[in-house]
Design a protein around this ligand. Structure first.
Ligand SMILES: [Mg+2]
Length: 314
């Protein structure tokens, strides 16, 4: 028993010491465990949810901003073929879409780079119609008139009453668009008989920008010559049509006589300009929708080509 009592005392003493040590060491171990947990959280946990959503929103906004900025700078051609043509060895004019080729055709026509042609290419019918009935044709006419007027105002008039300006009539002062609207805007071959019937109506409207230019040139003191490919048989109706549309007080209206009928327009008009020079006139300006109005001999000091993709007169 005594051994048991002594032994029991020793046991209690050892138990007491163990519990005391456990109590002393437990907080340190717990604190160490918390540090480990906190460190593990700091290393492996994702960024707070609010930061992640802000970053995602920034990324989307950046993408949208890039799209908005770059999109207008991209020139998109209408077909895959044209996209392939840009910077590629596979480039082919014939594979370009018709609207692109027709832009080139019209520019070449206006620049007098085409061989003599009889009608608008069939594939360009819609392009030419769209140009003539849209803002492009009016804008081009207006710009030519403005440049012509600026030149006329700056031209050094001699003060002798012999400075001249020549105007063609059809598609220069008067518009035949109502006629050509019924004939495919140049898609059909020119029909003299049908066109003469239209001319005899005397209903061709003025080209507004040309009427304004005409009046300004006249007021500046130029002599005005109207030089047209219309025949003398159309003189009366042409005068009537011009007057009705606001064109007045020209100095001379020159039409094709019977002797001029087989001449090209270039030859006929060159000869008439030569006559003007012989009479002592100095031709400072010339306005026409055909190169044959402007080129040849006795050319004007300055020529102004009005747009016309509907027909070609040599
Ligand atoms: Mg003309």
């Amino acid at each position: 028993m005594a051994r048991r009592r002594r032994g029991g005392g020793l046991d209690r003493l050892l138990l007491t010491l163990f519990l005391a040590a456990a109590l002393l060491l437990a907080p340190a171990a717990a604190a160490e465990a918390e540090v480990e947990v906190e460190l593990e959280v700091a290393v492996t946990a994702p960024a707070p949810a609010q930061d992640a959503s802000e970053e995602a929103a920034d990324a989307v906004a950046q993408q949208q901003e890039q799209h908005l900025l770059t999109s207008p700078l991209v020139i998109k051609l209408p077909s895959e073929a044209s996209e392939r043509g840009a910077g590629s060895d596979e480039w082919s004019y014939d594979e370009l879409p018709p609207e692109v080729r027709c832009e080139s055709w019209r520019l070449a026509a206006e620049a007098n780079n085409l061989a003599p042609w009889g009608a608008v290419p069939a594939e360009c019918a819609a392009h030419v119609r769209g140009y003539l009935t849209g803002a492009g044709y009016r804008s081009d006419l207006e710009l030519v008139a403005r440049e012509s007027a600026a030149y006329a105002r700056a031209a050094p008039l001699g003060g002798h009453g012999r400075d001249a300006w020549i105007f063609d009539v059809d598609e220069t002062l008067l518009s035949n668009l109502p006629y050509y609207a019924d004939h495919g805007y140049g898609l059909e071959l020119f029909d003299h008989h049908e066109f003469d019937k239209w001319v005899e109506k005397g209903e061709a409207p003025a080209i507004p920008s040309s009427l304004k230019l005409y009046k300004e040139v006249r007021e500046l003191g130029f002599k005005i010559f109207l030089l047209t490919g219309r025949t003398e048989g159309h003189q009366a109706v042409t005068v009537e049509n011009l007057n009705k549309q606001g064109f007045h007080d020209w100095d001379k209206l020159i039409l094709r006589a019977a002797a001029d009928r087989k001449k090209t327009a270039t030859t006929y008009k060159s000869e008439k300009r030569k006559e003007m020079e012989t009479e002592g006139y100095r031709i400072l300006g010339n306005s026409g929708d055909q190169w044959s109005d402007l080129l040849g001999s006795s050319m004007s000091a300055r020529s102004f080509k009005l747009p016309n993709p509907m027909y070609y007169i040599p």
